[in-house]
Ligand binder design. Structure first.
Ligand code: EPU
Length: 332
């Protein structure tokens, strides 16, 4: 018996690491599931846009790429539009489509790489809006028995860059469709300083806000097509108020964001820059010169290179600030 040829994963994830998989299958319709299920080898890895992923040089088992397509207005009432999109839709294209249809609400989440189905897993967020703020429900298929279930917001347990699909339920569900609730009473969300400044004196229509978000992202974040990266590589850490006060007393300029639960969120990008890692490399990977929170692949890197840089950055931030950083991407 001959082994199947490995499948190159480099073009299938945004960090562009040297990586391959034992087997790649593609799901383009739910009806295919029984046939796909019969071919699975384990472990099973579900792939969307690959924008939050660190694959090892050889990924064992099956990679299942979700390419379910379709988007539609499911309904509307006095207060909101209800818009559904299949998991394999490109996130940014979906957001731009909703804006073109006249259903605003997702504009602050423009240009986030990845797919609609991956968006709830880590409750994507940017510029003062998180997916959970516009979420209504999702459909997911139980990978054990092929049955579909509806998840309400409560059942998803959304939190900062987190949901039930990253915790206890990881690897149990394949998200097939997401339903958004886009309120008709639209207000521009301009809490983020950069956006407010850019739009001062303008009438911020949803499209104008989207364009400002796109400009802001393009000025700070590398385009994965040009320079491999997975967006923010670490979470912004939370510390208790006493630790935040002690740090602020020692480090002038430390950005602090008090949270409703009394904790204080710190800016990981600032901590990494102060620890000397902004624009610095270790082997073929480095922390981006314009945003220290983004780990970039300068070419030819593997997951081991990423792990080495991650460990070095974490150690230096811990030594200097006593704060433990936590990586954001998923590791295969
Ligand atoms: N900062 C530095 N040096 C840096 C980077 C940032 O000093 O190299 C400082 C900034 O000056 C600012 C603070 O850190 O005072 C926060 O920086 P920024 O506004 O760029 O946002 P962030 O906290 O680094 C988060 C999200 C981004 C999201 C932006 C805007 C996380 C982990 N990251 O970044 O999300 O686009 O806010 O809302 O929460 C992503 O998750 O992939 C992502 C890009």
């Amino acid at each position: 018996m001959s082994l199947p040829a490995p499948v190159d994963l480099a073009p299938l994830h945004t960090l562009g690491l040297r990586a391959s998989a034992d087997r790649l299958l593609t799901l383009t319709s739910i009806e295919q599931w029984p046939g796909i299920h019969a071919q699975l080898t384990f472990p099973l890895h579900i792939l969307g846009g690959g924008s939050n992923l660190v694959p090892s040089e050889r990924v064992a088992g099956t990679v299942l790429k979700v390419e379910l397509k379709g988007r539609q207005l499911l309904g509307e009432d006095e207060y909101a539009w209800y818009v559904a999109a299949a998991a394999g839709e490109n996130w940014h294209d979906f957001v731009q489509w909703t804006l073109a249809q006249g259903w605003p609400g997702l504009e602050n989440l423009s240009l986030i790489p990845g797919t609609v189905g991956a968006a709830p897993i880590q409750n994507i967020g940017a510029y003062g809006v998180e997916l959970k703020d516009r979420f209504h429900a999702l459909s997911a298929m139980n990978l054990a028995d092929g049955h579909s279930c509806i998840f309400t917001p409560e059942q998803c347990s959304f939190a900062y860059r987190d949901s039930v699909f990253k915790q206890g339920e990881v690897d149990r569900w394949l998200i097939t469709e997401v339903l958004f609730r886009l309120p008709k009473a639209w207000q521009p969300m301009l809490d983020y300083g950069d956006l407010r400044q850019q739009l001062a004196g303008q009438t911020p229509t949803p499209q104008v806000v989207a364009e400002a978000v796109i400009r802001t992202r393009q000025s700070k974040l590398p385009d994965p097509a040009q320079l491999g990266n997975a967006g923010s590589f670490f979470h912004n850490p939370r510390v208790d108020a006493a630790q935040a006060d002690a740090l602020r007393a020692r480090f002038a300029g430390l950005p602090c964001y008090p949270q409703p639960d009394g904790t204080v969120k710190l800016a990981a990008g600032w901590l990494i820059e102060q620890a000397g890692w902004k624009g610095r490399s270790l082997g073929p990977v480095g922390m981006y010169e314009k945003q220290a929170l983004v780990l970039v692949n300068h070419g030819g890197a593997t997951a081991s290179d990423v792990a080495a840089l991650m460990a070095a950055v974490k150690a230096d931030v811990l030594a200097r600030f006593g704060v433990a950083l936590q990586a954001e991407p998923q590791w295969w």
